[in-house]
Design a protein around this ligand. Structure first.
Ligand SMILES: CC(C)(COP(=O)(O)OP(=O)(O)OC[C@H]1O[C@@H](n2cnc3c(N)ncnc32)[C@H](O)[C@@H]1OP(=O)(O)O)[C@@H](O)C(=O)NCCC(=O)NCCS
Length: 171
C-alpha cells in the first residue's frame, strides 16, 4: 500500500483514510485505505478524463469507508474541472463492481483477455462516471491537485466530518 502512495503524482489527488480499527483500538497512524486518480490517456484531448481506483485494508471493508473516500475524491475531481472518470475492473470483482455502480458509474465495455494476471488472461470491465454536463465549447483547463490545496494544507475535512489526508508526494 505504501509503495503505491509514494509513486503517486502530485498532479492528481491521492486520498488516504486513517481511522480507529473496527475494535475501537487507537490506530490513527495505520492507513486503512486509499483512493486516487490517474491519467486516462496522456494525449491532450483526454486532459478532462481520469481513471480512478480504490483499495481498502481487509479489516476496513464493508464499513462505508470506500463510499466516503470515493465521495471525497469525486468532489475534488469535480472541483479540479474534470468531466469524465473511468474505472477498469479486472473481473470477477463483485465488491469493486458493486461500489462503482453504487456511486453511479455506468457500463462502457468489457476488454476480453486484455491482461495476464495470477496465471490466466483476464477480462477488464470499464465503467464511467460523468462529473458535469458536456458543452460544445472548449472546456477550461483542469487544475493540478497540488494547486488545489490551500496553503499546502495536507488534511481536509469532508462535509460529513471525516478527515482525509494526502501524503507528501514526489514530483
Ligand atoms: C471495493 C472496495 C473498495 C469496497 O469498499 P468498502 O468500504 O467495503 O465499500 P462500502 O462499505 O463503502 O460499500 C459501498 C457500496 O459498495 C458495494 N459493495 C461493497 N462491498 C461489496 C461486495 N462485497 N459485493 C458487492 N457490492 C459491494 C455496495 O453496493 C455498497 O453499497 P451499500 O453500502 O449501500 O450496500 C473494497 O472491497 C476493496 O478494497 N476491495 C479490494 C480492492 C479492489 O478490488 N479495489 C477496486 C480496484 S478497481
Amino acid at each position: 500500500m505504501e509503495s503505491r502512495i509514494e509513486s503517486a503524482s502530485p498532479k492528481f489527488p491521492f486520498l488516504i483514510y486513517k481511522d480507529e480499527d473496527e475494535d475501537g483500538n487507537d490506530n490513527k497512524n495505520k492507513i486503512l485505505g486509499y483512493a486516487y486518480a490517474s491519467p486516462h490517456n496522456p494525449r491532450a484531448a483526454y486532459d478532462w478524463s481520469a481513471n480512478v481506483s480504490i483499495y481498502l485494508d481487509q479489516a476496513a471493508k464493508g464499513r462505508g469507508i470506500g463510499r466516503k473516500l470515493y465521495k471525497c475524491l469525486f468532489q475534488v475531481m469535480r472541483d479540479l474541472g474534470y468531466y469524465n472518470l473511468y474505472a477498469g475492473i479486472t473481473m470477477p470483482n463483485a465488491a469493486s463492481e458493486g461500489i462503482h455502480k453504487a456511486m453511479g458509474f455506468e457500463h462502457v465495455a468489457i476488454y476480453k483477455k486484455v491482461g495476464f494476471k495470477n496465471g490466466a488472461w483476464r477480462d477488464v470491465l470499464w465503467l464511467t462516471l460523468p462529473l458535469r454536463p458536456h458543452q460544445d465549447t472548449e472546456p477550461t483547463p483542469v487544475k493540478l491537485f497540488q494547486d488545489y490545496l490551500i496553503s499546502d494544507q495536507k488534511v481536509f475535512a469532508t462535509t460529513d466530518g471525516y478527515l482525509f489526508q494526502y501524503t507528501d508526494m514526489q514530483t
